[in-house]
Design a protein around this ligand. Structure first.
Ligand SMILES: [Zn+2]
Length: 486
């Protein structure tokens, strides 16, 4: 009897190993080859000088309740008009929401659905106290050691200027697109984008525009950041996570601390926070993070390749490992971050109120209401009031087989032949969400090359872009416009 069971277990194990090995070794890259194109010459130094001038204009978005830097945006608009005379002369230009710009490059064939390329002109402030840590002034636009330094060189004046550089080159060659191409440059992306991208989208909707796709900031080319993959990877984000801030408040009687109740307002809030941290949202490997692993698995080294080629068997192990990391955890889970705690003013007074602010980033498919329901159930305390402070649901997941993805992927292979292309999930937010209603698909990618130390430059200290990389980005947009144009 035991011998029979032993034989059976042995047979199952051999079969299992066979299936795992088969799935692993037959998982090879499937993309049809695309030949790199010969890139036309561009004047990278002149382009760098123009971006450097833009960095010196302090178009800072401070907060939702602060007025926009109107005079600075006027200066930036003037710089754009004078730097790109052919764009200024040929394209229709609308100023929207006072400071945002919409350019229309009219195509000759109105039957083709238009495409919209995006960037934003505002930047985040410098965190007080970190000014001295910058190697070059944050608004100096210094060109040194092959780089352009300052706010906006990664996020996101570079894409505004790279798009315009590309268009100016094409116009100089008398290029005319068959398909209409829009350029949309918002002025308030860093504070939600309602007055910029929001109003541009409303204007396009009013004009009856239906876009094939939008391309915005979001993900980049990463090098040395993906375990098991040696090549740099261009991640095209198919979706962005949702954003939700909840406030939890506990009320109490107050009074003198010499006669305290069993639990204070602070104690109630502390218990609620502890319960939330102990009961995270479950991890799930769903689209687009799942698409990413499926696309990259053939390029991975062992044992990752075997694990990801056999997700039917190893998903629990994979999820466990991914859940341990910072960024990888955020790819597979709706995250919970307690960011503010308030309560109490004096050491011998019982507080009448204590509050905690919690920021959630939702996976595609998880709504604001889902989070509120989860929090209500986990906190399980009728004395705690839960209020939605601010939020937007996650984006929809765009099609990895859509026309736009194919055009972007082809353009990457033609202009940046050293990189792999993969779908991805954007962990932060972008202006793309404002166009969802009028765009069939939304993709988020700029071919900036990021090594392990570069992520901290975005919204951080020493933001800068290498001029060589900036030239690649201009070439990318230029080729993309040609490919998109039809
Ligand atoms: Zn940005």
């Amino acid at each position: 009897m035991f011998k029979k069971i032993g034989l059976l277990v042995g047979a199952i194990l051999i079969a299992l190993v066979g299936v795992v090995a088969f799935n692993t070794f037959t998982n090879t890259p499937s993309t049809a080859s695309v030949d790199p194109i010969k890139l036309p010459p561009i004047d990278a130094d002149a382009a760098a000088a123009r971006l450097s001038e833009a960095v010196r204009i302090e178009t800072i978005s401070i907060g939702r309740d602060d007025p926009p830097a109107a005079a600075e945006f006027d200066r930036l608009h003037l710089l754009i008009s004078s730097s790109f005379p052919l764009v200024q002369e040929t394209l229709q230009r609308d100023v929207v929401g006072d400071h945002s710009l919409l350019y229309t490059w009219k195509g000759s064939d109105p039957s083709l659905p238009p495409v919209l390329l995006m960037g934003h002109m505002d930047v985040v402030p410098i965190e007080p106290g970190t000014e001295q840590d910058w190697e070059e002034g944050p608004f100096s636009g210094t060109i040194k050691n092959g780089a352009i330094w300052g706010r906006g060189t990664l996020d996101d004046k570079l894409s505004v200027f790279a798009i315009l550089e590309a268009a100016e080159y094409l116009l100089a060659e008398n290029f005319t697109p068959k398909r209409t191409i829009y350029f949309a440059f918002g002025h308030d992306e860093e504070i939600g984008g309602e007055n910029g991208a929001g109003k541009i989208a409303a204007l396009l909707k009013e004009r009856g525009v239906k876009l094939s796709f939008t391309l915005d900031e979001g993900m980049v080319i990463v090098d040395g950041l993906m375990p098991g993959v040696d090549e740099p990877i261009a991640f095209i984000a198919l979706a962005e996570k949702g954003y939700l801030t909840l406030q939890l408040a506990a009320m109490a009687e107050g009074g003198h601390s010499s006669i305290p109740p069993r639990t204070t307002a602070i104690g109630k809030i502390a218990r609620a926070v502890a319960r939330l941290e102990d009961n995270r949202f479950p991890a799930a490997l769903i689209s687009p993070a799942a698409n990413m692993f499926d696309t990259l698995a053939p390029h991975m080294s062992m044992p990752l390749k075997a694990i990801i080629s056999n997700r039917w068997l190893f998903d629990p192990i994979l999820l466990g490992e991914l859940g341990k990391g910072g960024a990888t955890n955020a790819m597979v889970r709706t995250t919970t971050a307690v960011t503010i705690a308030e309560g109490g003013t004096k050491d011998n007074v019982l507080p009448t109120i204590a509050m905690a602010t919690i920021n959630f980033r939702m996976l595609p498919g998880t709504t604001i209401q889902d989070v509120v329901d989860h929090v209500t159930a986990v906190v399980d305390d009728p004395d705690i009031e839960i209020t939605v402070k601010q939020g937007n649901d996650p984006s929809k997941v765009s099609d990895q087989n859509g026309e736009g993805y194919r055009l972007i992927e082809t353009t990457i292979r033609e202009t940046l032949p050293d990189v792999l292309v993969s779908p991805g999930l954007m962990l932060a937010g972008s202006d793309s969400k404002h166009y969802e209603a009028i765009a069939e698909n939304s993709y988020r990618f700029i071919p900036m090359r990021f090594g392990p130390e570069d992520l901290a430059r975005v919204h951080g200290t020493n933001e800068r872009i290498m001029i060589d990389n900036y030239a690649e980005i201009i070439q990318f947009y230029r080729r993309l416009m040609q490919n998109v144009a039809g």
